[in-house]
Ligand binder design. Structure first.
Ligand code: ATP
Ligand code: MG
Length: 861
């Protein structure tokens, strides 16, 4: 009967239904594999609590792992419950939820409730002031304490609720602590805390710590909470578990969902043990298992299972799908990452061209093991004008460490480039505060010289201009020294990679990153990638000067892969002509939808430069880049759209002309100038407000992709050293890496393409690479599970459409939209039959699929 009253229950299977409607007072654990509808059940349970059990929305607390996930859940609940009810739910991450309560009740624990949340940067500033104040003491005891180290020690303490006093006691009791580092950290911790309190701020960890404090000392604030639901429970840490207990205390209502196979945050002290703990803390806890996967095709599921089940210690779980096996999972090998990335770009376009409007850029995701891998992918997508966005991070050339290093190189190349000066004159810290910088800028302006020039003059002994403090000379010394060394090396023709290494060495940049940034590893990988990139760019420059340029060389920052690009261009041409024959496509392109055909075209438009400057690049409007040369003549780096629409032959010709221009323009360029220009051109060119809702390919780390799904997923760099990461050596770490690959693979709904390279450059050194042991094992034991040939797209797309439409219980809104899209795009059935059958079987298959699809379409329409 409930099913009739609540339509969202009708689309659940028996186990899901049982979980969603289980009596609220029984503690519930829903344990199940990826794509089995855990999140969906949790969402339905929230709606059911409100509608059936008449809970008030504010009596329900639903916690997700990321902000993105909670936004998704909210959207769904807005549909199920209406905006007003959904808005009153307490919905968010643990951090956000605690913040919400603290805002309201902080005064109960003597905290003003208008507190500010201090971000990492703020915390670093506080700590650096504290360290400075202790400089003498630290020098005396020869302790080199850095902000990052102290802060991470404090963060660990906060995670286990250790106070400064307790830390001091621990330090005193430690038999090995003849050195008193820990006791000094404990003191710093105390000072740091009072500093935060004085400035009325809470750091990120504080949100959880003070949340706990509040809930324990004033449990009545949670009186209103009747039920807490936690998604991704396998990745909660101890503090979060304690928080959950507080929420559940008042009324005992608790439901968690999780999957031990997807626990991937052990490195951040997530406790898989929490699942067992719960059995003790909540007597009578009931476990419900879901076994049907609704997300992925059979092929994807078997391949993913073959990976995760290599872990013998894992508890076996059943997971099946009633989807057909469909398109095989592909495992491709390439020689280099640039080719790999071009391939991905090409494959995206190929699928879109064939999909007749059923796939758009938003349906694609590229999942990366670590951040630095994004550079080459971004560049390949940019080259093909494929809109993309990076989730949970910055684009490569917008990352702090990359901008810092480039700023040094810019100063060496062009001392007059003031933005670079401002960026790094005090990076790493040289006691040149904001005030000193602005004094320098003003003085330089008055003298009509650049601040760099002024700094050099000061170092060379010219009298200090009025308004500058005497101490500045001393502080500028190392900065000017570094820039000068760099300039000299550049003039002598050092390679850019060596220049970058020189910056690092002369400024102590590695030490600085390590000391001040908690995510040092990831940032250092980016630095190494920048060095590798410089090698690729210099090869490119050499190729230009020798005239040996790939036909498609019209976008910079690409194509060490001459051959691959030409191949891709030819294949692309073929695909386009094939696609034009495709009935779906014919229909699409004849429709007057200009934007679609535009996005499909590989060409880029030209812009006229404005402004002045030397080798400076400005991001123009509508994604067009302007390049300004020293003699203020515009160089058109990119061919005109009309020029690029011809055949490959014509393309080559046009490109050759362009190459001539480019060669002339770049002939007199130093390697450094060329590198800087190329890097600047690689920065993001789309963006802008009106761009927000356009579908884009998602680039994200696997960690940030948790819980999400896409029809098409690419996982590049499935290599030893990446899966598992070179950083992991111990068995439990390797096991977590395996699960990480499992999480990545199970994000895919219909197409999963993994790839690996034979060579990958790291820090400018070419390394031989082997395929990841995790998939190597699959290949050995279950040959055929991973296919090395690309799927027949036409057939694959038809299968895709039919899978989407024949889901046993389609997700109402999604499916409806999907079908309508398809109905609009699809030609009548007779047209579907028109193309010559490739072979009897495929035609019969296609026809059957299409009939199925059409029936579903009719039904939904
Ligand atoms: P993960 O472990 O990756 O977080 P999950 O178990 O939370 O996965 P969901 O994201 O809830 O799985 O569901 C996966 C997909 O399957 C979603 O697109 C969801 O709409 C769909 N789905 C879930 N249950 C059903 C069902 N009974 N019928 C049809 N589709 C379903
Ligand atoms: Mg989920």
């Amino acid at each position: 009967p409930d099913k009739m009253r609540y339509p969202y229950l009708a689309s659940l299977n028996a186990a899901q239904l049982k979980a969603a409607t289980a009596p609220p007072e029984i503690p519930l654990q829903i344990l199940a594999g990826p794509g089995s509808g855990k999140t969906r059940v949790l969402t339905s349970r929230v709606a059911y609590l409100v509608q059936h059990h008449q809970y008030k929305p504010y009596e329900i607390v639903a916690v997700t792992f990321t902000n993105k996930a909670s936004k998704e859940m909210k959207k769904r609940l807005q549909v199920l419950l209406g905006d007003k009810q959904a808005d009153n739910l307490v919905l968010g991450t643990f951090h956000a939820t605690c913040a919400k309560y603290l805002r309201r009740y902080a005064q109960l624990i003597d905290l003003p409730n208008n507190f500010v949340i201090a971000d990492a940067e703020d915390c670093k500033k506080i700590m650096s002031t504290l360290l400075k104040a202790r400089k003498e003491q630290l020098d005396e005891s020869r302790m080199a304490l850095k902000e990052g180290v102290v802060l991470s020690e404090i963060s660990k303490a906060k995670a286990k609720e250790e106070t400064p006093d307790q830390m001091a006691i621990r330090a005193a009791q430690d038999p090995n602590s003849s050195t008193s580092t820990l006791s000094i950290i404990a003191e710093l911790y105390g000072e740091y805390e009072s500093n935060l309190r004085e400035s009325n701020s809470l750091d990120f960890d504080d949100l959880l710590v003070f949340g706990l404090k509040l809930f324990r000392s004033a449990p009545r604030v949670l009186e209103s909470c009747k039920h807490i639901l936690v998604d991704e429970f396998q990745d909660t840490n101890i503090t979060q578990y304690e928080l959950m207990k507080c929420f559940a205390k008042a009324h005992g209502g608790v439901s968690v969902v999780g999957d031990p196979d997807q626990s991937i945050y052990g490195w951040r002290s997530a406790e898989i043990e929490n699942l067992n703990k719960m059995t003790k803390d909540f007597p009578g806890v009931q476990a419900i298992y879901l076994e049907e996967n609704y997300r992925s095709t059979g092929a994807i599921l078997s391949a993913a299972h073959a990976v995760v089940s290599q872990d013998r210690t894992r508890i076996q779980k059943n997971l099946f799908t009633s989807h057909p096996r469909s398109t095989p999972v592909t495992l491709k090998v390439f020689s280099t990452p640039v080719i790999e990335a071009s391939f991905i770009a090409w494959e995206i376009k190929r699928l879109i061209a064939y999909s007749g409007g059923t796939l758009n850029y938003g349906d694609f995701a590229i999942l990366l093991r670590y951040n630095a891998l994004s550079r080459v992918i971004e560049s390949a997508l940019q080259k093909d004008s494929i809109p993309n966005r990076i989730v949970g991070g910055h684009k490569f050339f917008e990352r702090m460490e990359i901008k810092d290093l480039l700023a040094y190189l810019q100063l060496a190349d062009n001392p007059d480039f003031t933005p670079a000066f401002v960026r790094v004159v005090n990076v790493p810290k040289r006691s040149i505060g904001d005030k000193s910088v602005s004094d320098l800028l003003n003085a330089a302006k008055a003298m009509k010289i650049s601040p760099m020039e002024l700094s050099e003059r000061i170092i060379d002994g010219e009298p200090l201009p009025a308004g500058l403090k005497a101490g500045i000379k001393k502080n500028l010394g190392s900065f000017v020294g570094a820039v000068r060394k760099l300039r000299r090396a550049a003039e002598k023709g050092s390679s850019v990679g060596d220049l970058i290494r020189l910056v690092i060495e002369k400024t102590g940049y590695e030490e600085y990153l390590r000391a001040s940034q908690q995510d040092f590893d990831s940032r250092w990988e980016n630095v190494q990638e920048l060095i590798s990139y410089s090698v690729i760019v210099s090869e490119e420059q050499a190729r230009i000067s020798s005239g040996d340029l790939p036909a498609e060389w019209f976008m910079p920052a690409n194509s060490a892969a001459v051959e691959a690009l030409v191949n891709v261009a030819q294949a692309e041409e073929k695909i386009k002509s094939e696609a034009r024959l495709h009935p779906l496509f014919r229909r699409q392109s004849s429709a007057s939808d200009g934007s679609r055909s535009r996005s499909r075209s590989a060409s880029v438009s030209v812009s006229k430069g404005k402004g002045k400057g030397k080798n400076k690049v400005v991001n123009g409007n509508d994604g067009v880049i302007e390049i300004l040369s020293s003699d203020e003549e515009d160089i058109d780096l990119k061919p005109k759209k009309s020029q690029m629409n011809g055949s490959i032959q014509e393309k080559k010709q046009v490109t050759a002309e362009m190459v001539d221009d480019m060669t002339n323009a770049s002939e007199n360029m130093t390697p450094l100038a060329f590198f800087l220009q190329t890097s600047m051109l690689s920065t993001d060119t789309d963006g802008g407000e009106d761009d927000k809702d356009k579908p884009k390919v998602t680039i994200t780390t696997v960690h940030a992709a948790k819980g999400l799904e896409w029809p098409v997923v690419f996982i590049p760099a499935v290599e030893q050293g990446t899966y598992p990461s070179y950083r992991c050596t111990e068995a439990h770490e390797i096991a977590e890496e395996r699960r990480l690959l499992y999480v990545a693979m199970t994000r895919a709904q219909n197409f999963l393409t993994m790839s690996h390279c034979q060579f990958r450059m790291m820090g400018g050194e070419e390394n031989d690479k082997e395929v990841s042991e995790f998939v190597g094992m699959v290949n050995r034991h279950q040959p055929g599970l991973l296919s090395s040939t690309l799927p027949d797209v036409d057939l694959a797309v038809r299968r895709y459409i039919s899978t989407m439409l024949s889901r046993p219980h389609p997700d109402e809104d999604e499916a409806r939209e999907m079908v309508m899209k398809h109905v609009r795009a699809a030609p009548p059935l007779s047209t579907w039959d028109a193309p010559e059958p490739r072979d009897k079987h495929s035609n019969r298959f296609a026809r059957r699929e299409v009939t199925k699809a059409t029936r579903a379409a009719e039904y939904w329409a």
